[in-house]
Design a binder for this molecule. Structure first.
Ligand SMILES: NC(=O)c1ccc[n+]([C@@H]2O[C@H](COP(=O)([O-])OP(=O)(O)OC[C@H]3O[C@@H](n4cnc5c(N)ncnc54)[C@H](OP(=O)(O)O)[C@@H]3O)[C@@H](O)[C@H]2O)c1
Length: 292
């Protein structure tokens, strides 16, 4: 049976862990805030006090943390439990340049590095319907398949070398769209409020036409309800838009929309909404503090 070590049981990791268990795989979990592993332990996972305990003897190690710095720090704590030949599926959104340090760490310890970011948010994570974009050696795909099939509805292989960041580059392109839509939804809803326009009339006017969009509907509904329960936190949205701007700049591509979205998500985060859903992009229109 495949043994999976899951490092990080936040919004995404928690949902993924439950689907790993539901698929009948053996699961070990570690999280910085230990109590967040409790539902998974109650469902049959083994809770671990240290990342090194979780990874010891695991066939596949999943990291689902905040950013590359978190992943680096946690995997360094895992070192005493690592063994050459283990597969490391790095699923955190880390961007392009920061991935190099993680791939180097994998090389140092003889791990097979699979760059495997995901598309999909809380609900797809909980229902095992994520899309996984992966790059890694062809000969380990069968080994990770039971894990990826448990957490995702589709795995798209984009390359043979995880260190090449092919999957992470794809992920940033996809997220540039997600974050642009979210920031624009917040801004349009804020403009409607400011101009005394009923946002529902705007939504009705575009319904079913080429300007309509499921994501606009979902985020507009959250804004209208003042429901900031996180599916994708403002802090992670700020982090990801920053990664997009940096990757674009490194490639000679100027990204004005991503930069504006990054500043909008940061403003909301700095005002105390870091852990709220990125729909708080709306609230950022009414905050005076700015940071670039
Ligand atoms: N939510 C989404 O819609 C979505 C979709 C696709 C990809 N992603 C990406 O997937 C990753 C996880 O997202 P999420 O929504 O699950 O985020 P989350 O709920 O904020 O969870 C973040 C996880 O990282 C841990 N962490 C953060 N900083 C750490 C540190 N310095 N040391 C150790 N652990 C640390 C947290 O531990 P604590 O519990 O102790 O805070 C938690 O387990 C992010 O890279 C995000 O951008 C998210």
């Amino acid at each position: 049976m495949t043994t999976v070590a899951l490092l990080g049981t936040g919004i995404m990791g928690a949902g993924m862990g439950h689907n790993v268990l539901a698929a009948g795989l053996d699961l070990r979990v570690w999280n910085r805030t230990a109590e967040k592993t409790r539902p998974l332990v109650d469902a049959g996972a083994t809770g671990c006090a240290e990342p090194s305990d979780a990874v010891r003897g695991a066939d596949v190690i999943i990291t689902m943390l905040g950013d590359a710095g978190d992943v680096q720090a946690v995997m360094e704590r895992a070192v005493p439990g690592l063994a050459a030949g283990q597969v490391w599926a790095q699923m955190t959104t880390v961007g392009v340049a920061p991935l190099a340090g993680l791939a180097a760490l994998a090389r140092t310890h003889g791990l097979v590095f699979v760059d495997a970011p995901v598309l999909g948010t809380r609900a797809p994570a909980e229902s095992g319907r994520l899309q996984i974009f992966a790059a890694g050696p062809a000969d380990v795909r069968d080994r990770v398949a039971p894990v990826f099939d448990a957490v995702g509805r589709q795995t798209v292989w984009l390359g043979d070398d995880g260190a090449d960041a092919a999957a992470s580059r794809f992920k940033l392109v996809a997220n540039s769209w997600v974050l642009a839509i979210t920031a624009a939804t917040g801004e349009t809803m804020a403009l409607a409020k400011g101009l005394g326009v009923d946002p529902k009339e705007f939504l009705d006017a575009i319904e079913g036409g080429p300007l309509d969009l499921g994501y606009l509907r979902a985020k507009a509904a959250a804004i209208l309800d003042g429901d900031w329960a996180p599916n994708f936190s403002a802090a992670n949205a700020a982090k990801d838009s920053g990664l997009i701007v940096d990757a674009g700049a490194a490639a000679g591509v100027r990204l004005d929309v991503a930069a504006a979205a990054r500043d909008r998500f940061r403003r909301a985060s700095d005002a105390g909404h870091a852990d709220d859903d990125m729909a708080v992009a709306y609230l950022a229109s009414f905050l005076r503090e700015d940071r670039t």
